[in-house]
Design a protein around this ligand. Structure first.
Ligand SMILES: NC(=O)c1ccc[n+]([C@@H]2O[C@H](COP(=O)([O-])OP(=O)(O)OC[C@H]3O[C@@H](n4cnc5c(N)ncnc54)[C@H](O)[C@@H]3O)[C@@H](O)[C@H]2O)c1
Length: 436
């Protein structure tokens, strides 16, 4: 394909060089003359292992060139990849001025172009940026409509500097956010040489994914550093702790605990986070990340309360009470807290949990719930349908089949706190979660 790459910085140079090495014809567009000159000389404007060789080979093969003429690049290519910077403004907000400048240049050039042209944005942008900000700019400058007059896509870039070329060729997957099938087909053709699977999603999902990845990487670094700070005073070398930590690929380095739903609870997580943060305080150690966990968790419970109250339902059925399905452990269950709060607000609550039987509760478990829900035996029902009788709203806190079937059969609105059921799942059509 003939591809124009706008912005020859870290991402643009690597993208241009790798695509040109794969037989695409690539024209880089860069306003800084010195960068374009270096590319034309087969040299890299950035320090990146292996990039000089790749650029030189592409120049010698005649598959790569660079220019500052945006209009000529649009006329010549069938697809453009936008890799300009999206820096922070002083207040932390995202500066889209470079992307908008490129959108205006591309848009004007598209006015005079009859062939369908695809604009694939690679610059990291918050969800909504492409469809709400960049597309209107392209449409205004071109006089055409996205999806029919030209194609638009968001393709997040996952490369890391210093290993950028390997990361480009061996991504975990490619993700393209598109609105029309012609654009999807063009991107499939462009990236066809990659062995990694290609996922097609809507544009905001693709935009959000990049932030989720980078935020998680930041959380990981901070987590490891906070662990080291808190354990240092106890003479622990946390490098060894983390070496073992990462070997648990079932619970630690795995998809577990990474699905949005409801708050955490149970007899261990809240207690242990509390102990760690208290220990840190006693050592005059600040752990901002760890210290944020319990307040964030409490916010999740509060959000659920507000969502239920906002529905106006006065009779609510809660399906699932223990901190996770399949256990009768009610200690620090966020569903117990939610029940307390709902009852406190005058909501008539009925509860069904396939495992919880008040007469079988013993020890600290019994004491915990007796203090918080002293009338549990009066509001607890022995089946899903019994709990749902007379209810106006279902709050689903378990994926147990008897509860899910009862919720579905009731036809009532469902607030799904499990996060298990997607909108595409027929079971969950119309069900809402706290944030979806
Ligand atoms: N650097 C990374 O490792 C990395 C990885 C993934 C994603 N990203 C994202 O990719 C984007 C680009 O990052 P980068 O580090 O390559 O940026 P960069 O600052 O190194 O490069 C941007 C280039 O765009 C050029 N430019 C500015 N206006 C232009 C215009 N109107 N037309 C053409 N070119 C123009 C600049 O001169 C510069 O050479 C950012 O949104 C960044 O968040 C970066």
């Amino acid at each position: 394909m003939r591809v124009s790459v706008f912005g020859l910085g870290y991402v643009g140079c690597v993208t241009a060089a790798c695509l040109a090495s794969e037989g695409h014809e690539v024209l880089g567009v860069e306003p800084m003359r010195s960068k374009a000159d270096l590319i034309r000389a087969g040299r890299s404007p950035i320090v990146e292992p292996g990039l000089d060789d790749l650029l030189l080979a592409a120049r010698e093969a005649g598959t790569l060139d660079a220019t500052d003429d945006a209009a000529a690049a649009i006329a010549w290519s069938s697809l453009s990849i936008v890799c300009v910077g999206t820096p922070s403004r002083a207040n932390g907000s995202l500066d889209l001025s470079h992307v908008l400048a490129v959108a205006a240049q591309i848009g004007v050039a598209l006015r005079d172009k009859d062939d369908f042209h695809v604009v694939a944005l690679r610059s990291t942008m918050l969800p909504g940026s492409v469809l709400d900000v960049v597309v209107p700019a392209l449409e205004q400058a071109s006089g055409k409509t996205a999806g029919t007059g030209f194609g638009v896509a968001f393709c997040p870039e996952f490369l890391r500097e210093t290993t950028a070329i390997r990361d480009f060729y061996e991504p975990p997957y490619s993700v393209v956010g598109v609105v029309d099938p012609r654009t999807e087909a063009a991107l499939r053709e462009l990236l066809g040489f990659l062995a990694a699977p290609l996922h097609v999603v809507d544009v905001p999902t693709a935009e959000a994914l990049k932030y989720a990845c980078n935020a998680f990487h930041a959380v990981k670094v901070t987590f490891a550093n906070e662990m080291a700070r808190v354990f240092h005073s106890s003479g622990v070398d946390t490098r060894q702790v983390m070496d073992l930590f990462v070997q648990d690929t079932d619970l630690n380095i795995s998809p577990r605990y990474l699905r949005p739903g409801f708050a955490f609870g149970g007899s261990c997580l809240p207690k242990d986070v509390r102990a760690l943060t208290h220990h840190a305080r006693s050592q005059d150690q600040d752990l901002p990340l760890l210290s944020s966990l319990l307040p964030s968790n409490a916010t999740q419970v509060e959000q659920a309360l507000l969502r239920v109250l906002a529905t106006g339902a006065r009779r609510v059925a809660l399906l699932g009470l223990s901190f996770k399905p399949g256990t009768d452990d009610l200690r620090e269950s966020p569903f117990v807290t939610l029940s307390e709060l709902l009852i406190g607000k005058g909501v008539e609550l009925t509860i069904y949990d396939p495992v919880v039987q008040p007469e079988l509760l013993v020890g600290t478990n019994k004491t915990y719930v007796a203090e918080r829900l002293p009338h549990l035996h009066r509001i607890l029902r022995s089946s899903g349908p019994a709990a749902l009788e007379g209810a106006e709203l279902v709050v689903l806190g378990t994926h147990d089949a008897t509860a899910v079937d009862a919720a579905r059969a009731s036809g009532l609105p469902v607030l799904d706190l499990t996060g298990r059921f997607s909108a595409r799942d027929a079971v969950a059509s119309g069900w809402e979660g706290l944030a979806w």
